[in-house]
Design a protein around this ligand. Structure first.
Ligand code: URA
Length: 285
């Protein structure tokens, strides 16, 4: 009995870990070998498919719907007025300095009460690439700068591998400006308040290219229910108020890569796609 309980607890802990890493959807009951010879991957005739056992894996997955096709259902917020206030404040900011001052002076987000510092951004806003992560952790809270812990160091190395240094190569921020206490999940209202400022941040920076690091960031900025496993590696765009489309690449969060090194190969593909797109954009401008 004790053994059953502890294996149940292990499973619950494993599931929680997957969700924390952004693996929040299942694709099938059984693993599919996508490298198997093509003959094995031919879709069965409908009649054959109907006769198949319910657990038989589907050989083909329909193409992932685009983020626009899978909007999030409207969510009830516990403090809609505070979110509205954040939007109004953010919209009134016409420079990044004004926005930073507005975020630093914003007292309505409960996260601010327990955080040591406001973590706004790092790097030069004139850099071609803007990265949006999730939330400051303990190191970032202590130092008041985003991505300064181990996952930030990995992010720096990945970007340097494509020739982009923090500073004039990329500018980095988060969806949340304050560390959630004990890294708890922020409430929907806390997320929505910060997101109002982050959206304006993207508008004012107008990067050539945007990278969304991790599922939380990708879902929030793209306003989609799709998980990072489906979103990563595919170009999408964020539309600014004036209609400008910013090419946007969702990718794994570096903290996930530290725990799942095998996924670094996919992240490297994403970095190469970013490098290629930047070169195309500078040729065309
Ligand atoms: N993870 C994030 O998403 N942002 C940080 O600033 C640090 C860790």
């Amino acid at each position: 009995m004790e053994e059953m309980l502890s294996s149940g607890e292990n499973l619950a802990a494993l599931l929680k870990w997957y969700v924390d890493q952004g693996l929040d959807e299942t694709i099938g009951e059984e693993a599919i070998d996508r490298l198997a010879p093509v003959a094995q991957q031919v879709a069965p005739e409908p009649a054959v498919a109907a006769a198949a056992t319910p657990t038989a894996p589907t050989p083909f997955r329909p193409p992932a719907p685009s983020p626009a096709a899978a909007p999030r259902a409207p969510v009830p917020l516990e403090s809609p007025q505070l979110v509205e206030d954040a939007r109004t404040l953010a919209a009134a900011c016409n420079t990044i300095d004004e926005l930073e001052a507005a975020v630093r002076g914003f007292e309505s987000c409960a996260l601010k009460r327990t955080a040591k510092n406001t973590v706004f951004a790092d790097g030069l806003p004139t850099a071609p690439v803007m990265i949006v992560g999730e939330a400051p952790g303990a190191d970032e809270d202590r130092l008041g700068k985003p991505f300064v812990g181990v996952s930030g160091q990995l992010m720096d190395r990945m970007m340097e591998a494509i020739g982009l240094k923090r500073g004039d190569g990329f500018y980095i921020t988060n969806i949340l400006f304050w560390r959630p206490p004990g890294n708890r999940t922020p409430t929907l209202a806390e997320q929505a308040m910060c997101l109002a400022f982050t959206r304006r941040h993207i508008e004012l920076v107008r990067p050539k290219l945007l990278i969304l690091a991790g599922g939380t960031s990708a879902k929030a900025v793209l306003d989609t229910a799709e998980g990072i496993m489906r979103l990563r590696g595919k170009w999408t765009s964020v539309r600014l108020d004036d209609g400008t489309e910013i090419p946007t690449m969702p990718t794994f969060h570096p903290a996930y890569l530290l725990r799942t090194p095998a996924s670094k190969r996919q992240s490297w593909q994403d970095m190469l796609a970013v490098d290629k797109k930047l070169k195309e954009l500078s040729l065309s401008s």
